[in-house]
Every structure is written in structure tokens, then in C-alpha cells.
Ligand binder design. Structure first.
Ligand code: C5P
Length: 218
């Protein structure tokens, strides 16, 4: 176990994944993409046709989730699902199952187990508040839903996909609403988190800002 943990939380599309990966490269720390765990669970729920009301079946799957992270790939029962979990449909199911306390509890130890030497960069919604409240550095990224949607549209277009900005804004707002208003581990900054508004910043500027905060914290 390590005490060198940098917790990075915030809503979707805010740049925390890119920042977390950049910091992991720079520091040589391990990287936890906790959203990928919830997305993998959602993938399994959809594949197995589990009813979203069936809390026992959902928590059983969460406890035994057959997912492995290999470098940048996500394997589910050995199959590569890396790109399959990146759809908004999977994200929407992820945010629904993520609101269930039994599911979150079932995934807690699995996330904590990522905290290995030399350190961990943990990306999610409740890294600083619930999973690693002891983290000495906590960053909370924000940006308006409209700006996050524009970034998503650009990303989809670069991948050669169609994108409907109005639909994307609606999806992002619905997911923010669910994530921020759930009773267990809602999306919110820890009391000791440093806030970074990324609305008007390039990803390089976000990384520089985070790095200067890390320097200040020593
Ligand atoms: O970060 P990402 O968009 O991949 O997360 C997908 C969904 O998983 C989020 O909308 C949220 O509902 C859930 N999640 C969570 N707690 C985390 C990470 C993700 O509830 N630590």
C-alpha cells in the first residue's frame, strides 16, 4: 500500500482522464480509471441482461467482476472491450448502477487495491471523498456542460463519428444530475480539494496548473 495518492475527481469530459494519465506518465505512479470499472460493470449488466432493479444480481456481478486492466486495454472475460465501454449508452447504465450503495461497496476494495508503491493517480467521482479520503493531494476539475459537450463532439468527429451537440449536452447534464444527486458518494469536491476550472484552458494548461499545485504541496 502507498500513501502517495493524487485523487482527481470531476464530471465527465472535464479533462481529468487526460490529466491523470499525463501525471501517471510523469510520476511513474500507477493509474486507476475508476470510471472504467463502473463502465465494465455496466457492460456486463447489459451483456447478461440484468434488471437494473435487481440489486442482489448487480452487487453479485460487482463483487466478482471479470475485468482486467492490461496497459491501456480493458478485458472482460478475456475479451477486449476497451472501445465498447466508451459509448454514452454504457455510460448511462454505469451511472445508474453507480447510484446503488451495495454496488459501490462491492467495488470499494478493488479500487483501494490500486494504491501500490511508488504511488497512485486515481481518477473518478469519489476518489478524494470516499475511496482515498487520506490522499494528500486532491484535485477537483470543473467546466460547463456546454464546453464539455463541445470537446466530446470534437473527439467524436476526429474518430469519424457523427455527433449531435444538443443530444450530447442533454446526456451530459442527465449524467451530472444523477452523479451529483445520488445519496451515496455523490460527485462533489472533498473539503480539502483544490478546484481547477478547465473551461478556458487547453489540456496543456490544465496539466501545467496541476503540476504547479503539486509543486506547492511539495
Ligand atoms: O468517468 P466515467 O465517465 O468513465 O464514469 C462513468 C460513470 O461511472 C460516471 O458517470 C459515474 O456515474 C460512474 N462513476 C462513479 N464513481 C467513480 C467513477 C465513475 O460513480 N469513481
Amino acid at each position: 500500500m502507498t500513501k502517495n495518492i493524487i485523487a482527481i475527481d470531476g464530471p465527465s469530459g472535464v479533462g481529468k482522464g487526460t490529466l491523470a494519465q499525463w501525471l501517471a506518465c510523469k510520476t511513474g505512479f500507477h493509474f486507476l480509471d475508476s470510471g472504467a470499472i463502473y463502465r465494465s460493470l455496466a457492460y456486463g449488466v447489459i451483456a447478461d441482461g440484468i434488471d437494473l432493479q435487481d440489486v442482489a444480481a448487480l452487487s453479485e456481478l460487482a463483487k466478482t467482476l471479470p475485468v482486467e486492466f492490461k496497459a491501456t486495454s480493458i478485458l472482460y472475460k478475456g475479451d477486449d472491450i476497451t472501445s465498447k465501454v466508451r459509448t454514452e449508452d454504457v455510460a448511462a447504465v454505469a451511472s445508474k448502477v453507480a447510484a446503488i450503495p451495495e454496488v459501490r461497496q462491492a467495488l470499494l476494495e478493488r479500487q483501494k487495491a490500486f494504491a501500490q508503491e511508488p504511488g497512485l493517480i486515481a481518477d473518478g467521482r469519489d476518489m478524494g471523498t470516499v475511496v482515498f479520503p487520506e490522499a494528500p493531494v486532491k484535485l477537483f476539475l470543473t467546466a460547463s456542460a456546454e464546453i464539455r459537450a463541445e470537446r466530446r463532439v470534437k473527439q467524436l468527429k476526429n474518430q469519424g463519428n457523427d455527433a449531435n451537440i444538443a443530444q450530447i449536452i442533454q446526456d451530459i447534464k442527465a449524467r451530472d444530475e444523477r452523479d451529483a444527486n445520488r445519496k451515496t458518494a455523490p460527485l462533489k469536491p472533498a473539503d480539502d480539494a483544490m478546484l481547477i476550472d478547465t473551461s478556458d484552458l487547453s489540456i496543456d494548461e490544465v496539466c501545467q496548473k496541476a503540476e504547479s499545485i503539486l509543486w506547492e504541496k511539495g
